[in-house]
Design a protein. Structure first.
Length: 129
């Protein structure tokens, strides 16, 4: 069910402040505002973590830029989808987003970044993009 359908269905209901009904509405609204291209994200993760993956330095720069954008979206979405808030995982993701490694460390960096994103997606469970 898409976020728009969930929102539309919940909007037709009578007014309520019940947490069990407001939670899904809030998640659906947040998700509709946050753009994560899930197929592209999983393709990028495969490009880094795949069995025969060995991205070039240029590809690593592009992947890192996309991972940084994804991190911004996850920072907005995770507080509403993961309980308790995964402080350590989000701290690592934020640190990796800010990091700009030297070229000789770029491959190790992009591996760590991809694994940190996978960790957060795993914590999100069914709410992951």
């Amino acid at each position: 069910m898409t976020a728009a359908r969930v929102c539309a269905e919940l909007m037709r209901r009578r007014y309520t402040t019940a947490p069990d009904e407001m939670g899904p509405l809030l998640v659906a609204l947040r998700r509709s505002q946050i753009s994560i291209d899930a197929p592209a994200l999983y393709a990028d993760l495969e490009a880094v973590l795949g069995e025969h993956a060995r991205p070039t330095p240029e590809e690593i720069e592009e992947l890192a830029a996309r991972f940084r954008q994804t991190t911004l979206s996850l920072i907005q979405l995770v507080p509403y989808t993961v309980t308790p808030y995964p402080v350590d995982a989000m701290y690592l993701l934020t640190e990796l987003r800010a990091e700009r490694p030297q070229p000789q460390h770029a491959h190790r960096y992009i591996l760590r970044f991809a694994l940190a994103i996978v960790d957060v997606l795993d914590l999100m469970g069914d709410n992951a993009p």
